[in-house]
Design a binder for this molecule. Structure first.
Ligand code: ATR
Length: 294
């Protein structure tokens, strides 16, 4: 009987093991995405989820276990990305610049840290909206870890302008600096600025399932109002649960092209598959697994 898409194959003594570490981890879609890819590739690899609690040296211990057990790769999620960046033996240029690792590659006991969030973000926009950042004006709302990856990626991909707006203004300055000469923090985005943007990104947690608004209504927390969007703009939300956030729904009503956050999740995982196996990731199969689960 054919295995269910994304179901781990029965591991055996020859299986290559990868996984995801984070806390809490039980809601993670990463093993499902990885296992869907391994199934489609026909390789004897299996991905598991490991709860690694913060503090007490647990992350360092997990990396030690990775070395001694020969775990081939780990995906890293909240809240360990920065700590892992400081613990791995080497980092890719992007991971070092961001101070954040979302993927560890075990190279014969040497642990290399990478960050595929930015590439996943760009690939998602390319696939869903044929968006190429070269020469484009971008407005990023939020200044957390996800915003950092996005701002850096947009600048590296040739954006002409990357404006960052955040509830806590000083954090926007730090994040905008990642974009070098094209980055700038804006205390609040005015109507003209919003209208001129080719791309608007929500990188805040406002609208995320299970996260209540800071104020009475979720719309009160939107730092950039979707009512100001228009046709010809690409508007994306990094949140993938719900699939269509209230902000994206309003952006769609304004005529903008909207892109949900699931694509970034799939594409950052696809990039991890390639880093671990050296194979081209079966993105369509991973998409199918993600949409079935989401
Ligand atoms: P992630 O790693 O997913 O980016 P994070 O680092 O916790 O998560 O960042 C969350 C982002 O959402 C921040 O930009 C945060 O703004 P502050 O820097 O001011 O905290 C933003 N955010 C969270 N709740 C918000 C709210 N109610 N209104 C506006 N912004 C909010």
């Amino acid at each position: 009987m054919a295995r269910e898409l994304g179901a781990p194959r029965s591991p055996d003594a020859r299986s290559t093991v990868v996984g995801v570490i984070g806390s809490p981890i039980r809601q993670s879609l990463s093993p499902l995405l990885h296992n869907a890819a391994f199934g489609a590739l026909g390789v004897n690899w299996v991905s598991l989820a490991f709860e690694v609690v913060p503090g007490q040296g647990q992350v360092a211990a997990a990396l030690g276990g990775m070395r001694s057990l020969g775990v081939a790769g780990l995906s890293v999620t909240m809240p360990h990305k920065a700590e892992v960046a400081a613990l791995v033996d080497t980092c890719t240029e992007v991971a070092a610049r961001l101070g954040s690792v979302n993927c560890i590659i075990n190279e014969g006991g040497q642990l290399r840290g990478a960050n595929t969030d930015g590439d996943g973000f760009l690939a998602s926009l390319r696939r869903a909206a044929e968006f190429d950042p070269t020469g484009k004006r971008c407005l990023v709302v939020g200044a957390g870890g996800a915003a950092r990856a996005v701002v850096y990626a947009l600048a590296q991909a040739g954006a002409a302008d990357v404006a960052v707006v955040n509830r806590t203004a000083p954090k926007a300055e730090d994040v905008a600096a990642l974009a070098g000469s094209v980055g700038r923090a804006v205390p609040s985005a005015d109507a003209a600025q919003i209208a001129q943007a080719d791309l608007v990104v929500n990188a805040t947690s406002v609208g995320m399932a299970g996260v209540g608004p800071g104020t009475a209504s979720v719309a009160d927390d939107w730092l950039v109002s979707p009512a100001l969007f228009h046709a010809g703009q690409v508007v994306t939300d990094l949140i993938y649960a719900p699939r269509v956030t209230p902000w994206l729904e309003a952006a769609r009503d304004s005529g903008a092209t909207t892109v949900g956050g699931l694509g970034m999740l799939v594409h950052q995982a696809a990039a991890q598959i390639t880093l671990w196996t050296g194979l081209v990731a079966p993105v369509d199969v991973m998409w199918q697994a993600a949409t079935q689960a989401a």
